[in-house]
Design a protein around this ligand. Structure first.
Ligand SMILES: Cc1cc2nc3c(=O)[nH]c(=O)nc-3n(C[C@H](O)[C@H](O)[C@H](O)COP(=O)(O)OP(=O)(O)OC[C@H]3O[C@@H](n4cnc5c(N)ncnc54)[C@H](O)[C@@H]3O)c2cc1C
Ligand SMILES: *[C@@H]1O[C@H](CO)[C@@H](O)[C@H](O)[C@H]1NC(C)=O
Ligand SMILES: *[C@@H]1O[C@H](CO)[C@@H](O)[C@H](O)[C@H]1NC(C)=O
Ligand SMILES: *[C@@H]1O[C@H](CO)[C@@H](O)[C@H](O)[C@H]1NC(C)=O
Ligand SMILES: *[C@@H]1O[C@H](CO)[C@@H](O)[C@H](O)[C@H]1NC(C)=O
Length: 496
């Protein structure tokens, strides 16, 4: 069965020609060395790297812009650009080479608004009684303890799992135990609110996932940045999106925007003829409704490998089964206004359980993590929220509204008017920008890890001329995926 499938695909490929695939069906046929799917942090970097190495590329990007989780909001009143999603580039190896290559500096400093932080149970809208943040010195000591453990394992997990043990007995137990247990073992509780607020809440049920996945969301480079021993850089302009403007200008028409792949054929090799294009993709543009045929010698997938995202790529059953083992959460960010929210305040979600007072218990997704004053402009607030794999943008917007209403009901926030008119209590949140970052923080259980999941995952690299980059194969930081690409891409171009 397997042989006949492979032979069948090979036969399709060797006879592939623009005529066979029907020029009439596609408005245009283009040939490239590498087709990159997704133009976020990893895809944009890979396309530039490949072009610099002398290969032709095309990027197929579903959105109308590059950048993925790096988004921005331009305040119409002041013209100020606010970073939405990615807030800074954490220093890691020589990753800053990439912005510099694109003529974007890393000399700026992240700006912080001097907000008063309020710890609220978003379910009831009441402040969590007795909650105080850990003492700064305790927090730093605990972050240092965390970093000391991370540094023992960083070569196994950064910039990807290239050195991860294939033998289950060699996987450090620290990476397999639930994060809550790990935190207790290493006396990290004073660092947990910072770790959770910064990134780790994205895992949804952070205290119960295997520690490996928290390490990928909050690893050594990031903790060094939190401790101030490594940079967390932004361009001089403060606007991280400058990088993707520069990449877009550089790549020009080699990016197909608002486009998705709708069908694919991939063969095992290009035959003896090294000009052959074993990858054939049919792409649909949502703006023009036209189809484009791409013939490529390699396929590089950079989007999250969710079942929906991978379905058009002609994966075989074993490839699909490996990727189907990933579980995800969903992450949302945005910019909003509501007349009850107070400037110079940050409203941070905390659990009302007693364990939250010693930092062992945190809210579980779906939850609105934080609403905080952005600064600079009168009344703009930034939002972070985390859902389960099943949550949707609409549902999460409702949760944000419910959280604000609950705070008004509880008296934590003043009613939108003078309070005499009860109907005014239900003024809706005005979402200036609501970024649905979709499925992320891919993870599997400790049992799957012991059963060789990482080895299986990496066995996908190179199969039928197909390679994978992005956070699921690396870690959830722009600079880390750029360094991951530097290891992966030489393999992608081998034999080209
Ligand atoms: C709220 C938030 C804050 C963050 N803050 C930071 C930070 O401060 N610093 C940091 O380093 N990292 C931060 N991250 C993480 C960082 O954004 C990711 O680790 C990084 O973007 C991963 O890069 P990627 O290429 O894997 O994914 P992405 O950047 O998400 O890129 C994937 C791209 O693929 C596209 N795509 C998806 N599906 C398809 C499809 N089917 N067809 C075509 N295109 C598709 C998407 O539109 C997107 O452009 C943050 C993430 C979030 C959500
Ligand atoms: C960077 O600036 C140099 C000098 O002005 C220019 O030659 C080059 O094309 C620029 N590169 C990009 C990617 O913008
Ligand atoms: C654990 O951390 C607390 C502060 O967070 C510190 O006071 C205590 O000494 C630490 N215990 C050990 C055994 O390191
Ligand atoms: C934290 O508080 C909870 C609830 O009071 C308690 O059960 C738990 O043992 C405490 N944990 C630590 C590490 O103090
Ligand atoms: C994924 O999550 C579901 C629902 O929580 C759970 O039943 C399943 O076991 C999880 N799978 C893995 C691989 O962790």
């Amino acid at each position: 069965m397997r042989i006949s499938v492979a032979l069948g695909l090979f036969a399709v490929t060797v006879t592939a020609s623009p005529t066979k695939f029907g020029r009439g069906e596609c408005a245009e046929t283009i040939e490239r060395d590498v087709a990159v799917i997704g133009g976020g942090a990893s895809g944009a970097h890979a396309a530039v790297w490949l072009r610099d190495a002398g290969y032709s590329v095309v990027v197929v990007e579903r959105a109308a812009q590059l950048g993925g989780h790096t988004n921005f909001y331009t305040d119409p009143a002041s013209g100020t650009s606010i970073n939405v999603g990615v807030q800074g580039w954490v220093e890691y190896n020589s990753a800053f080479d990439f912005p510099h290559r694109m003529n974007v500096s890393t000399s700026g400093a992240m700006s912080f608004t001097p907000n008063t932080v309020q710890y609220i149970d978003y379910e009831t809208g009441h402040p969590v009684a007795g909650y105080t943040a850990p003492d700064q010195a305790d927090m730093n000591a605990a972050l240092q303890r965390y970093l000391d453990v991370l540094e023992q394992y960083q070569d196994l997990v950064l910039p990807g799992f290239f050195n991860f043990p294939s033998d289950p007995a060699s996987i450090p137990e620290d990476l397999l135990i639930p994060f809550g247990e790990f935190a207790e073992k290493h006396n990290l509780s004073a660092a947990l609110p910072q770790i959770w607020d910064a990134t780790a809440q994205g895992l949804g049920d952070t205290m119960h996932v295997p520690t490996l996945w928290v390490v990928q969301a909050c690893g050594a480079p990031f903790v060094r940045a939190l401790l101030g021993t490594a940079a967390s850089a932004v361009p001089e302009s403060g606007r991280l999106y400058d990088l993707y403007d520069s990449v877009a200008a550089f790549l020009g028409s080699d990016v197909l925007y608002s486009s998705t792949v709708i069908s694919t054929t991939r063969s095992d090799d290009g035959g003896d003829d090294d000009t052959a294009h074993p990858i054939s993709l049919k792409v649909l543009s949502a703006t023009t409704n036209k189809h484009t045929r791409i013939h490529a010698r390699r396929l590089l997938l950079s989007m999250e490998p969710t079942p929906a995202n991978i379905s058009p790529f002609d994966l075989d059953d074993s490839e699909t089964a490996i990727l189907a083992r990933f579980n995800y959460s969903t992450v949302y960010a945005g910019v909003l206004r509501h007349p009850s929210l107070q400037t110079l305040n940050a409203y941070t979600n905390r659990s009302p359980e007693p364990g939250s007072l010693n930092y062992t218990v945190f809210p579980v997704a779906p939850q609105v993590g934080r609403i905080e004053y952005v600064g600079g402009t009168e009344d703009i607030f930034a939002l972070t929220a985390v859902g389960t794999a099943e949550d949707t943008a609409e549902g999460m917007k409702r949760r944000v509204n419910e959280a604000v209403e609950a705070m008004i009901e509880a008296g934590t926030l003043p009613p939108p008017s003078d309070g005499s008119d009860d109907r005014k209590r239900t003024v809706e949140v005005d979402f200036e920008l609501f970024a649905d970052h979709g499925h992320m923080h891919s993870r599997v259980s400790a049992e799957e890890l012991r059963a060789g999941f990482i080895t299986d995952l990496y066995s996908l690299q190179g199969r039928r001329n197909t390679f994978w980059t992005g956070a699921a194969f690396s870690a959830g930081f722009s600079t880390v995926v750029w360094e991951f690409n530097k290891v992966l891409l030489p393999k992608v171009i081998e034999g080209l």
